[in-house]
Design a protein around this ligand. Structure first.
Ligand code: SF4
Length: 290
């Protein structure tokens, strides 16, 4: 059995792949035993929400079913694409794709339209003004390079709408009457109230985007002061992302077990909620060093 089925997931998230570069075992344990959101992560997601509200049209839709949920995600992304064309920047755009037979999904923090090109930005919050460590930067670079690959695959038609429809079964999805009433209130005409109709609008918007720049951005922000700590600009490296994906997919295909951190990175265990309980790979060694 592959690990997507074992973890009862429909698709791999871009953040899962990035997390595999921090600690793959921790990423797996988070799915098996539930992820605890720390106060720091909660503050980080509040900062993202505030930034989204400043650039995007707010979407207030209460969902009751999977169809409602899919509609809301696509609708929010369609509005964000319109905002991008109008205001030259937009936040929180969902991107989908397929890698070696596995559905992959992610949400890009920000797209910017400048000099006829689309630039991808990823925002990361930190609890202090310290620069990110190399391992942190690596996981974030993998995430942004993956977004570029997924976005380019949609734009170039390598990942077509028919494949998306098949994977997510959108042809048979019908939104609930309560959700349809909310769409009526927003003035959305009946023929645009089906998930399948929105798939076309979403793919039309994505495939007509300008060329995607090979220059990628990661911006670190202090979550308490809102101050920009540093912006890293780097070039997309096709070969590097392809070999990274080949490595991570071996886990998802079930060809190998999840890997704990190597000995040189066992310091990461000190920040892990599973250390000494669900994961004891480096626990005995820590006890000896006390
Ligand atoms: S304790 Fe260490 S090796 Fe185990 S899951 Fe956590 S970070 Fe990974």
């Amino acid at each position: 059995m592959d690990n997507l089925k074992r973890l009862k997931k429909q698709s791999i998230r871009a953040t899962d792949i990035a997390s595999q570069y921090w600690c793959e075992r921790q990423m797996e344990l988070n799915y098996l035993y539930g992820k605890e959101t720390t106060a720091e992560q909660k503050k980080g997601s509040d900062v993202h929400k505030e930034m989204e509200e400043k650039t995007n049209v707010p979407v207030v839709l209460m969902t009751k079913s999977y169809a409602d949920f899919m509609y809301k995600i696509l609708y929010t992304s369609v509005l964000a694409l319109e905002t991008l064309l109008k205001n030259k920047r937009s936040r929180e755009i969902q991107v989908y794709g397929m890698i070696d037979g596995f559905p992959v999904v992610g949400k890009m923090d920000m797209l910017e339209l400048r000099d006829g090109e689309i630039f991808i930005w990823e925002d990361k919050t930190k609890a202090n003004d310290n620069l990110p460590t190399e391992p942190q930067l690596l996981t974030h670079k993998i995430q942004v390079m993956l977004y570029r690959k997924l976005l380019d695959d949609i734009r170039s038609g390598k990942y077509p709408r028919e494949q998306f429809r098949k994977i997510y079964g959108t042809a048979t999805l019908i939104v609930t009457p309560e959700f349809a009433r909310q769409l009526d209130a927003l003035g959305i005409e009946k023929k645009m109230q089906s998930v399948d109709a929105l798939v076309d609008t979403y793919f039309d918007g994505m495939t007509s985007l300008a060329a995607i720049s090979e220059t990628l951005h990661i911006r670190y922000i202090n979550q308490f002061t809102g101050k920009e700590i540093k912006v890293y600009r780097f070039q997309y490296d096709r070969q590097s992302i392809e070999s990274s994906l080949e490595f991570v997919l071996k886990y998802w295909k079930g060809e190998r077990e999840s890997l704990p951190v190597p000995e040189t990175e066992k310091w990461k265990c000190n920040y892990c909620v599973f250390f000494g309980n669900r994961c004891k790979v480096w626990w005995a060694q820590k006890q000896l060093n006390l």
